[in-house]
Write a protein that binds this ligand. Structure first.
Ligand code: SAH
Length: 280
């Protein structure tokens, strides 16, 4: 891009940030100025498309992955808030975001546990959770299977669920979820344990959320379905759109009927599926 086009550069950078870029570096030499954009992989495609639509014809095709530990730093330094809906935003505490009136904020620190809200499957689970939780009433009890950072359980509690139980096979995730719950002021309403669903005390839940890959979900699906209360529902994410038919059949076989669904496409073109199913 030539030095005589600063307005155009500002405009293109604004488009890139709006589409998900989290940082940029400017390099000027005799031949002109180059900008290096930092973009989460999940947003790379959206940023490319936004730049193309804005007339960024001389954007080069080169993309270089940045190692994950740099990403944690990049996140701390400036990853944007994940605005799930007018009722819900997820962000690290270091990222400023002025919540809209009535918008709940979930603070999640980037760490080793999965679940910052950036991944398409977490986002799908959050979107479905936000959409269906009010239908289960203000006293809803929520079960979060594979809680990771605790993001789904914490979001449910901030959106009005009464209590939640979360568990994960990974003790690092459970520790992170506990810290995140405290930071969000919902610690007393969230019970956490390390282990699988067999470690769960008896009882059922108005809403179960499970952001698990299909191969992780299938072995525990019957046990999950048994924990959905009559009239209750379950949100499943972590599935691929191509798995829709197979998963729909599995759900039917455990007494769950798909009531709504949505998909999101990630930067690599993969189409992720989120399902909300009701107990018959
Ligand atoms: N709920 C978070 C994390 C999802 S990643 C989010 O939506 O972003 C999936 C998590 O499930 C991982 O932390 C993994 O350790 C855990 N997990 C996978 N299979 C599990 C199982 N059978 N029981 C409990 N946890 C499981």
């Amino acid at each position: 891009m030539g030095p005589a086009e600063p307005d155009r550069a500002d405009r293109l950078l604004a488009e890139a940030y709006a589409a998900g870029a989290v940082g940029s570096e400017e390099e000027t030499d005799g031949s002109g100025t180059r900008w290096l954009l930092y973009v989460p992989a999940a947003d790379a495609r959206a940023v490319r498309e936004a730049l193309a639509a804005a007339g960024g014809a001389d954007v080069t095709g080169a993309e270089e992955p940045v190692p994950e530990h740099d990403w944690v730093r990049a996140w701390r330094e400036g990853l944007g808030p994940v605005v799930v809906s007018p009722r819900l935003v997820v962000r690290p505490s270091s990222v400023e975001h002025m919540a809209a009136p009535g918008q709940a904020t979930v603070l999640i620190e980037p760490g080793q546990a999965f679940g910052t809200g950036e991944h398409e499957s977490t986002r799908l689970a959050l979107e479905l959770l936000d959409a269906v939780l009010p239908g289960h009433g203000p006293g809803a009890r929520v079960l979060d299977v594979g809680t990771g950072s605790g993001v789904l359980a914490i979001a449910a509690l901030k959106l009005g669920a009464k209590t939640a139980v979360g568990f994960d096979l990974d003790p690092v995730a459970v520790a992170a979820a506990g810290e995140n719950a405290r930071a969000n002021g919902v610690g007393p309403r969230l019970r956490l344990f390390t282990g699988g669903i067999e470690g769960l005390a008896s009882g059922t839940f108005e809403l179960v959320v499970a952001n698990l890959l299909r191969r992780e979900l299938e072995p525990v699906l019957a046990a999950i379905a048994a924990r959905v209360s009559p009239g209750g529902g379950a949100v499943f994410a972590g599935l691929l759109a191509a798995e829709r038919e197979r998963v729909g059949e599995r759900l039917a076989s455990v007494g769950l009927t798909v009531a709504s669904e949505r998909t999101r496409v990630d930067a690599s073109g993969e189409s992720w599926l989120g399902l909300y199913a009701r107990r018959r």
